[in-house]
Design a binder for this molecule. Structure first.
Ligand code: ACO
Length: 429
């Protein structure tokens, strides 16, 4: 807590002083936690654009400068030098692991990759065209019924469940894909790395050897790192608030998966590729779609553009764009949507509407093109995002649980409904 105070003058002339809190990157906040008890007032901030819900030591974002760091490490360095499991360890445990710690973390995850055999039958109940996000959320919450009454302290149980989630989410996701194409489920092969195993379970078949280009494995691992955390976004805040009621980790993570699904959040990556494909099939007239996005009556937004926090550039998008160019060049792929994406980006970045509103490509703008190059089906793009975001959700659930100041998340409201009125019996209405 800094020595500074903020003064607020209330409508009746009363002045109150509120403490100012300063974060480790000199971000300042006015602590209003005693405001209501002192004055009767609450604050109103629809969409929480100005509201800090917690202290957090996990991820730092400076949206004006386009900075993203996990536990102090630059996202560009992690994307270049780390692995997804090492980054997951960093997020969850707060420090980079030693070689022995990483080995032990990887080993623990490796031995939990199988799903209980009874879970397999759940997949029979889903329709063939079920969206994989609905399967992912449903199977994750169902895991809580397999791991009840575990022995150990709450911390030990949560840690074991974190490992289970990290280990099993790729299996759950891959089987959702297998269900959609009617292929037999592929069991995990624990000799493979995390990302390779995911691709193996998605695309491996019992009738042939599975081989995958190491570049694809590397790029998938990088994509998972880029998605691994993003401080108090919609799904992470959901995980924290759901966890705050005292539910188990499976329930909190399942709720995060549901929150991620929407088009304003993780679901945007599916919408981006659908939009790019549509523009291409419509003749590739990028200008027409730029004009539509500017017209509020059209109901159309440029998917993959804009961000609540980034007002300069999304550093994840810059890494992904570079990878995209490399991968498509190496695979000799001529994906026409990349061309549409480049044109759309250039047109938007040179247009006053987008410039004035600081609308830049976000992480989802180019990720879909990469997923497509890996043959990931379009409706599974958001599932890939969820796999990447999992360690961030776990880290936030852990941080919340270990915070001695934690309370149930319970915002207030300004009521605008009817004032008290007399009940009219139905016969008199
Ligand atoms: N296309 C056209 N106009 C846009 C776009 C867009 N993609 N995004 C924002 N705007 C405009 C809004 O119409 C508004 O204009 P106005 O000031 O004239 O009314 C202004 O920019 C501010 O937009 P808001 O919706 O108020 O910004 P907010 O911070 O609430 O929303 C969001 C951010 C949801 C990401 C928004 O930019 C959007 O809808 N983008 C498209 C969907 C998307 O890509 N989502 C993924 C986000 S990244 C992630 O979650 C992983």
């Amino acid at each position: 807590m800094s020595e500074e105070k903020a003064s607020v003058t209330l409508p009746d002339g009363k002045v109150i002083e509120l403490p100012v809190v300063e974060g480790s990157e000199q971000e300042k906040a006015i602590d209003i936690s005693a405001l209501r008890s002192q004055t009767g007032y609450i604050t109103l901030d629809p969409g929480y654009g100005n509201t800090g819900s917690c202290d957090s030591a996990i991820t730092f974002i400076d949206g004006e400068k386009g900075i993203l760091r996990y536990r102090g490490y630059k996202i560009e360095d992690l994307a270049e030098q780390s692995s997804f499991l090492e980054t997951s360890y960093l997020l969850i445990n707060g420090k980079l692991p030693t070689a022995a710690e990483l080995q032990s973390f990887e080993d623990k995850i490796r031995i939990h990759t199988l799903l209980h055999e009874d879970v397999k039958s759940f997949y029979d109940g889903f329709p063939r065209d079920a969206h994989p996000m609905s399967i992912l959320a449903s199977v994750v919450i169902s895991l809580s019924s397999f791991y009840q009454n575990e022995e150990g302290s709450p911390e030990e149980v949560s840690y074991l469940n974190s490992i289970r989630l990290m280990a099993k989410l790729p299996t759950i996701a891959a089987w959702a894909y297998k269900k959609s194409v009617g292929h037999p489920f592929t069991y995990p092969d624990n000799d493979r790395s995390y990302s390779e195993n995911l691709l193996y379970m998605m695309f491996g078949l019992p009738v042939e050897r599975f081989e995958v280009d190491p570049l694809i494995v590397e790029v998938l691992d990088t994509l998972l790192i880029l998605h691994a955390d993003h401080e108090q976004n919609c799904s992470t805040s959901t995980v924290r608030i759901v966890r705050s009621s005292g539910v188990n980790l499976f329930a909190a993570i399942a709720s995060g998966i549901c929150a991620l699904w929407g088009w304003r959040h993780g679901g945007a990556n599916q919408r981006v590729i659908e939009m790019l494909t549509h523009i291409q099939e419509d003749g590739g007239d990028v200008k027409k779609y730029i004009e539509m996005a500017k017209d509020k009556e059209s109901g159309f937004r440029l998917m993959g553009f804009g961000h609540r926090v980034y007002k300069n550039h999304d550093p994840r998008a810059s890494v992904i764009r570079k990878k995209c160019e490399q991968v498509l060049a190496k695979l000799n792929s001529n994906d026409p949507t990349l061309d549409i994406a480049r044109k759309l980006e250039d047109a938007a970045l040179n247009d006053d509407y987008f410039k004035e509103r600081n609308l830049y490509p976000n992480v989802d703008f180019y990720s879909g093109i990469l997923y497509r190059a890996m043959n990931i089906p379009v409706n599974a793009f958001t599932v890939m995002f969820a796999l990447g975001r999992l360690p961030g959700w776990i880290a936030h659930a852990k941080e919340y649980t270990e915070d001695p100041k934690n309370r149930i998340g319970r915002p207030r409201q300004v009521y605008t409904g009817n004032v008290e009125r007399a009940y009219t019996p139905i016969a008199e209405r």
